[in-house]
Design a binder for this molecule. Structure first.
Ligand SMILES: Cc1ncc(COP(=O)(O)O)c(C=O)c1O
Length: 404
């Protein structure tokens, strides 16, 4: 059995969610049907939506169920862009560097197909988008900004963004903000009503949309949600039966919603204790790595980072060499960065944080989760010296890598 330290990629399903899912799959009923079998399905669906809404601090009507984080992000970004730029007067999208590819590829698609004017915002050396940088970009955009998007917590380096402050800046310019909270959900408390109130968001300004995914919190893959403020208007991606406020047509996935809710409820209940437990394990892991490899660089913010995230650059090593060597030693970790046609790319997040390509290639992400124990951390620390020695000996290959 290998030691699994890649919870940011996906985390094991919770027993409650698996049981609820399999039981629910055995039930018949389309929630749109009028008969009582359909209405019972609708009731189970809406009870699940209520639980998911509670986990986000919003009203059930504001929860649009989707097929996952990627769809939620596409719906929010394309939907807000199409709606706000319908007459061509607001083509600007403000996007920080270092976002997840679900965001990068969506805005690049909008740029090449629909004339979006994508403006990349700078990150500081910890991976933070400073509110002042957003303020300046919004001043420069004048009245032409369709939407601002930002990742709540970076899935690679774990840096947590100042969401209230960023929402406040957007509210001041009367611009909608979408937040990719896929990596943050279940690890940081999220309360959209509180964020809106504290940031002075009114109507469709400030935080209006937020994406989450069930498989990051112990629910199934293929289920997600978009919080979409009732005051926000989006053009739908899909057309059909008009379900879910006409925003996301298609027969609703009752079993998926039930399984999602069954994971969300315990995840929220356990969050405070789990945060303390994971932070202690993560700090022990970082300390152990620093003792083993004195020239290691810990990436991201020391203070504002996800409880279960540790992200390193190992000078003179390829991140993927370390990954394979650790895998051979029975420890599953990640470089955190994307892979194109089987060839690992240098981390675009580290590059957005101002690091050179060499540093961006020596990156390794170790992400802890609900099932992680002290023994797992020790197993990683035991395997690291050998893997590091070999990866360092192999050094950095001189192959040409595509830069984004
Ligand atoms: C920050 C972030 N956004 C979006 C996604 C995509 O979510 P999904 O896998 O549910 O499509 C991920 C998944 O890794 C993520 O970490």
């Amino acid at each position: 059995m290998s030691v699994y330290l890649d919870h940011a990629a996906t985390t094991p399903m919770r027993a409650e969610s698996l049981t609820a899912y399999t039981e629910a799959l055995a039930h018949i009923g389309n929630p749109a049907s009028i008969h009582s079998t359909g209405q019972r399905a609708k009731q189970r669906l809406e009870e699940s939506r209520e639980t998911i809404a509670r986990s986000l601090g919003c009203d059930p009507i504001e929860v649009i169920l989707t097929s996952g984080g990627t769809e939620s992000i596409n719906l929010a970004l394309k939907g807000l862009f199409w709606s706000r730029n319908a007459d061509g007067t607001r083509p600007i999208m403000l996007v920080p560097g270092g976002e997840h590819h679900a965001t990068i590829d969506t805005v690049e698609w909008l740029a090449s197909h629909d004339g979006a004017d994508v403006r990349w915002l700078p990150l500081d050396d910890e991976g933070m988008l400073q509110p002042a940088a957003l303020d300046q970009a919004l001043t420069e955009a004048g009245d032409a900004c369709a939407v601002v998007t930002v990742i709540h917590a970076n899935n690679e380096v774990g840096t947590v963004q100042p969401i209230v402050e960023l929402s406040r800046v957007c509210a001041r310019y009367d611009v909608p903000l979408h937040v990719d909270a896929v990596a943050a959900y279940g690890h940081l408390p999220i309360d959209v009503a509180d964020i809106r109130t504290r940031s002075g968001a009114v109507a469709a300004s400030g935080l209006v949309a937020l994406s989450v995914s069930a498989h990051k919190i112990g629910g199934p893959v293929g289920v997600g949600a978009l919080y979409l403020s009732r005051s926000a208007t989006v053009e739908p991606l899909m057309h059909g039966g008009g379900q879910q406020r006409d925003v996301r047509s298609g027969t609703q996935d009752v079993a998926g919603a039930i399984a999602f809710a069954a994971a969300a409820e315990p995840a929220m209940r356990e969050l405070p204790d789990e945060t303390r437990r994971l932070e202690a394990l993560r700090d022990a892991l970082i300390e152990g790595v620093e003792q083993t490899v004195p020239d290691v660089v810990v990436n991201g913010s020391r203070q504002n980072r996800l409880p279960g995230n540790a992200h390193f650059s190992f000078p003179g090593c390829e991140g993927d060499s370390l990954l394979f060597l650790l895998d051979m030693a029975g420890v599953a970790v990640s470089t955190g960065s994307a892979c194109q046609a089987g060839i690992p790319e240098p981390s675009h997040v580290l590059q957005a944080m101002g690091r050179d390509e060499k540093e961006a290639r020596g990156a390794l992400r170790v992400s802890l989760g609900r099932t992680t124990t002290r023994d797992d951390v020790d197993a990683f620390l035991t395997a690291l010296p050998g893997a590091h020695r070999q990866a360092h000996k192999a050094g950095l290959s001189d192959r040409d890598v595509t830069r984004r």
